[in-house]
Structures are given as C-alpha cells and as structure tokens.
Design a protein around this ligand. Structure first.
Ligand SMILES: Cc1cc2nc3c(=O)[nH]c(=O)nc-3n(C[C@H](O)[C@H](O)[C@H](O)COP(=O)(O)O)c2cc1C
Length: 193
C-alpha cells in the first residue's frame, strides 16, 4: 500500500495578478488526482499579509505559522516563475525564513515563464536547497510562454504532455519522501560532520 505524503505546495510569486495561481491550482489538482498526497498551500503573499498585520518584528504569528507548515510537510513542490533569469525575491525570503524545517526532505519543481519556461530559476533553486539539506528531484514540469498553454478555465491546452511529466515527477517525489520520512523516523537527521 502506498503511504500518504504531506506536500507543502509553495507559490513562487507574490505578485498581485500573478499567473502563479493558474499553474499552482493545476498542480494542486494533479497532486490530488494521484491520491498519494495531501496538500497544504504555502503562499508568500499570504505570509507577507500576515506579517504586515502583526506589529512585532521577528517571530510574528505569520512567521511561526510558515515554519509550522514547513515542519509538518514531508515533501515540497515549488511552483516558480522566472524573472530576469532568476526566481522571485518573495520565494527567497520564504526559503530563508526557516532552517531545519527543510532538512532531509525532497523538493520538486513546476516552473513557467517566457522562452526558458523558468528552467534557469529552477537550476538556481537547486543550489539554494542543497544548502538546506533538501534533495531536489531531477524531473520537473515546465511551461514555456506559459500564458499560451492554459485555457480560460485554467486547464493546460496539451494535458497529455504535462500530465505525463507531472506523473513522472510525482512518482519520484513520492519515493524520496517515503524513503526520507522512514529515515528521519529511524534516526534524527544531523547536520554535524
Ligand atoms: C521584469 C520581467 C522579467 C522577466 N524575465 C523573464 C526571464 O528571464 N525568463 C522568462 O522565461 N520569463 C521572464 N519573464 C516572464 C515571467 O516569467 C512571466 O511574466 C510570469 O507570468 C511571471 O509570473 P507571475 O505572473 O506568477 O508573477 C519576465 C517578466 C517580467 C515582467
């Protein structure tokens, strides 16, 4: 029997009117369709709003909630656009807001953008996540000129191609998440040499 994996679905863009909503909602549907994952949305825009509403500086309620969300997840899927050959600052701020909550868990990427489909942003993220002891999944899903690839209902125009890519990526994510959860339960993950 396959084990249920808790996935933190992380939005990369915090921009108002972002295309991220379309890509992330489709990703959430795909995660749900597989039946192997439960999903919690982790949205930098929501955390920024929560922080603005708090008057305290560092350990605000919003910040704690983000760390708790990350801690509870067994795996992550990051949905990221590309801006000027990089990933958004809001995503970096979210990543840097936590430490050991990331450790010894896998991350998979769904990217979108113009000609590069966000692939350069993904390659940068792999470097950043390595520093946080996160295993990045080789397979990813990417959308070149993304706004042309989804219809007005938010469904991909070529569902077969991207659903096949997504299934392959999620199979790998599930394998790593199961393996690493078992390992974390057997012995606490240590960053010591
Ligand atoms: C200032 C700016 C820079 C961009 N740079 C890139 C880029 O380097 N590569 C790319 O593929 N797309 C690039 N794009 C296209 C964005 O990835 C695209 O607009 C995407 O929808 C942004 O995500 P969002 O709407 O969720 O914020 C750029 C867009 C803007 C406005």
């Amino acid at each position: 029997m396959t084990q249920q994996i808790k996935v933190g679905l992380i939005y990369g863009s915090a921009r108002q009117g972002r295309f991220c909503d379309t890509v992330a909602r489709w990703t959430e549907k795909e995660l749900g369709r597989s039946g192997d994952f439960t999903v919690e949305v982790i949205d930098p825009a929501a955390h920024a709003r929560a922080r603005r509403n708090e008057m305290t500086k560092s350990e605000s309620g919003g910040h704690r909630t983000l760390r708790a969300q990350l801690a509870e997840a067994d795996a992550f899927v990051v949905v990221t656009p590309e801006y000027n050959h990089g990933y958004p600052a809001a995503l970096k701020e979210l990543i840097d807001s936590a430490g050991e909550e990331w450790h010894a868990k896998p991350v998979a990427f769904v990217s979108y953008g113009g000609v590069s489909g966000g692939l350069r942003a993904v390659e940068q993220l792999r470097q950043v996540f390595a520093e946080l002891h996160v295993v990045s999944i080789r397979d990813s899903v990417s959308f070149q000129n993304a706004w042309q690839l989804f219809d007005s209902t938010g469904s991909p125009a070529d569902p077969d191609r991207c659903t096949a890519q997504m299934s392959k990526m999620l199979a790998k994510l599930h394998w790593w998440a199961t393996a690493l959860r078992t390992a974390r339960e057997a012995a606490p993950y240590s960053t010591a040499a």
